[in-house]
Structure formats: C-alpha cells, structure tokens
Design a protein around this ligand. Structure first.
Ligand SMILES: *Cc1c(COP(=O)(O)O)cnc(C)c1O
Length: 411
C-alpha cells in the first residue's frame, strides 16, 4: 500500500526531529555528549518513591489502579495549592485552578488545540523550545518569533511587531505569547523582572493571553527568585505550565496547568479526547511525596550538583574558549543548559560533522529555529557528564571549533 496517500496533511508533515537523528551518534563508546536534555537519574529520589509506590498500590489500590478523573488527583491539587502558597506566596488558588497532564508536553499540545486555528498567530521566542514547536505545529498556525537576549525576550521587538499587527488589523489573530521565563531551554537565560512587567503591559494593551512554561524555576543556583508572570499579572492573563519532570522524575509524566477555572475547564475537555485521564498511580505517588517531604529541601542536593557541573563547564569555557575571538556563552543562573554562540559565519550544523569525528556532541542551534535556518549557536547541557568529561569535552570542542573555523577560513 502507498501509505503516503493515506496520511492527512498533518500526518504528511510529520518528520523525525533533528535531535533524534543527532543523538544517535552520542552513544558511540568514548563519546562525550552535551546534547541530552534530561535530568541526572542519580537525582531521582528512588528509595522514597519506591516505598510510596508500594504503599499506595497496597493501600489505595482502588484509586491508584483505577481510571481517574480527567482533571487529575484532587490530593495532588491540594498539595499544589499549598506549594504555591508556601513557595511563591500565591494565595488565591484552589484545587479547581489546577489540572494535571501527562507531562507538560501534553499541556502544550492541549494549549495548541484549544487556542490555535489555522489562521491564528502564536508569538514565540527564538530560539524556540522544540517540544512546544512540535505541539503547536500540529495546528498549522503561524508563528511570530521574538529573538532572545541575555535578559530574555527582546521586548522592543515584541512591541514593534504587535503594533505592526495592530495596524494591519491582525492583532486579534494573536492567541498567546509563549514564554519560558527561567533558565530558558535552550537559551539558558532568565527573563528580567522589568521585561516581565513590560510583556504583561503589552499583553494587557492588546488583550493577549500569556502561556508561561516554567519547568526550571525551582532549579535556581544563585540570586533571588523572580516572581512569575502568573503571580505578577494574575490568572485572567496568564496560564502557567509546571512539571515534576525536572524537580522529581520525568518518568512520572506529571505536568500541571494552573489558571483561571474557565480555561482549566477547557483544558480538561480537550484532554478527555486525548487520553481520558493521566495515571492516577503516579499522581498519587507525587501527592504523597509532597505530603511527606519538603520539596525545597529534597531538591537542594540536585541544585548543588547541577551548579557544580555548571561551574566546571564555565571554568572550562574560560580556559579553552577565551582566545576564540567573537565567541559568547551564557552563564546560566539555574536549570540544565547553556547556550554558546560562535563568531559570525559559523554554522553549528555543518560543524557537527567535525564534532562527530572528535566524539563530542551538542545540539546545533538550527534545531531550535522556527524555520530551520542555519545558526552559529549550540545548546550544551552540563547535567549528565561527570566533571572530568565536561572538561575533556570542552577541550575537544575547542579543537572542533578551530578545525572547522580554519576549514571555512573563519579564523
Ligand atoms: C522539559 C521541559 C518541559 C517539560 O516536559 P514534560 O513533558 O513535563 O516532561 C516543558 N517545557 C520545557 C521548556 C522543558 O524544557
């Protein structure tokens, strides 16, 4: 059968992601990969989770092994209400302001479904988080991309583009502004308080919704926590996506949507058609975990571990990259990623062939451009390789940059 003829327009448009293709190489022996975007398994509280899992299966089997409601575990929602109060000082929430999804990836997909039509516009950042890109692309709507600077989205450009859309009578087509405020994936940067306020002002001026995706906010290495757009603007304006993937374990597949009850209700209706409900088992495990342990205390060693690896990488950059003219990197204040930008003319996708030879891996910036255009940048994660491999990997990468740069007459 010619399967191609049977696929929908959407089905035909689906392609294997660049990252999938690239990371195939990273498993070659003796290779060092900064490409992965996943947490270190040693940070998962496996003993605690194993005990709780066994307990809830034995004692709460009629709930945890059964179908559950689409909105998710009310016990977990109660824990989230407490957590938001205790950690973020957000007091006006109740359980109906939350729903749980199968990872926040599902929340992104549902957001696409409930907000975007083919002629809609989503405002997104450049670089663009791949998971959101693949979720929103399902709706085949249009993107307007706003470049990211060291303190987050370039709000001047955002303002100009919105004004332009307004002049053309198109601003009503803009359904939301999608923003990753803390320790951006892939850009590593954090949106400043001032810019958060300006984005909110613009959203109010043009009556736009903000979709705030914050998987890393609690993984801060240093400095003060900056209030979320959700806290600053309130839930009439902002839908907040959270996840347990980076602070507990991604295998639980639990994301949380926090927002106005009416919008949360709409997410629930959309989720019904997708998977009926998320796993009651993993949600109840998370609920009991939060009930029993102090989350902030529990993630302190994780933060320490990532910070020390980040410091090792920054030191290695200082040592090996400082004499490459025009190179730039982000020193992230939290999260899993740094973003390295090579001098003009470099193409990190093309350079990947050289990196393969030296057995060092990163994700070329091109993977995060909305239109698949060449990029001089690359995403590097420090969270998985041990310290000595981080140093060795940066050393190899330096050789890659020099060899590639010379072959192109760039340095
Ligand atoms: C990891 C990540 C997510 C969360 O994915 P899950 O589906 O919850 O595992 C969402 N957004 C960004 C930007 C991420 O980096």
């Amino acid at each position: 059968m010619n399967f191609e003829e049977k696929y929908s327009v959407l089905g035909k448009s689906l392609r294997s992601s660049l990252i999938r293709e690239l990371l195939k190489y990273a498993s070659v022996p003796n290779s060092i990969s900064f490409g992965g975007g996943v947490p270190d398994p040693e940070t998962f509280p496996r003993n605690e989770l194993a005990r709780i899992a066994s307990e809830v299966i034995e004692k709460e089997y009629s709930y945890v092994l059964q179908y559950s409601t689409t909105e998710g575990d009310p016990e977990l929602a109660r824990q989230m209400v407490n957590l938001f109060d205790k950690i973020f000082g957000i007091k006006n929430l109740d359980v109906d302001n939350f729903m749980f999804t199968t990872g926040s990836q599902q929340a992104l997909e549902l957001a696409g479904k409930i907000f975007l039509d083919k002629d809609s516009i989503a405002i997104v950042e450049n670089p663009f988080y791949l998971g959101a890109a693949s979720a929103f692309k399902m709706q085949m709507s249009k993107f307007i991309t706003i470049p990211i600077e060291d303190d987050g989205m370039n709000v001047d450009i955002l303002e100009r583009k919105l004004k332009d859309l307004d002049n053309k009578g198109l601003v009503k087509k803009v359904k939301f502004i999608y923003v990753i405020p803390n320790f951006h994936n892939p850009a590593g940067v954090t949106l400043s308080l001032e810019k958060r306020k300006r984005i909110i002002e613009l959203a109010e001026k043009y009556d736009l919704l903000i979709l705030e995706d914050d998987p890393y906010g609690l993984l801060r290495f240093e400095g003060e926590h900056i209030p979320s757009l959700f806290k600053l603007a309130g839930m009439e304006r902002v839908v907040l996506l959270n996840t347990f993937s980076k602070i507990l374990a991604p295998g639980l597949r639990i994301g949380a949507v926090a927002g106005d009850k009416e919008i949360v209700r709409k997410f629930v209706l959309a989720k019904q058609g997708t998977d009926l409900c998320s796993s009651a088992l993993t949600q109840r495990i998370a609920a009991r975990y939060l009930e029993r342990y102090d989350l902030i205390q529990q993630i302190t060693p994780t933060i320490k571990l990532y910070k020390s690896k980040k410091d090792t990488m920054m030191k290695a950059f200082d040592e090996y990259f400082s004499d490459i003219k025009g190179i730039k990197w982000i020193n992230p204040k939290g999260g899993l990623f740094t973003w390295v930008t090579l001098p003009e003319g470099f193409d990190t996708m093309e350079m990947f062939e050289f990196a393969k030879e030296k057995l060092v891996f990163y994700i070329p910036g091109q993977a995060f451009t909305p239109d698949d255009s060449p990029s001089p940048s690359m995403r590097m994660s420090y969270c998985l390789p041990p310290h000595e491999k981080i140093i060795e990997g940066v050393k190899r990468l330096k050789e890659v940059i020099i060899t590639y740069g010379k072959s192109k007459g760039l340095i």
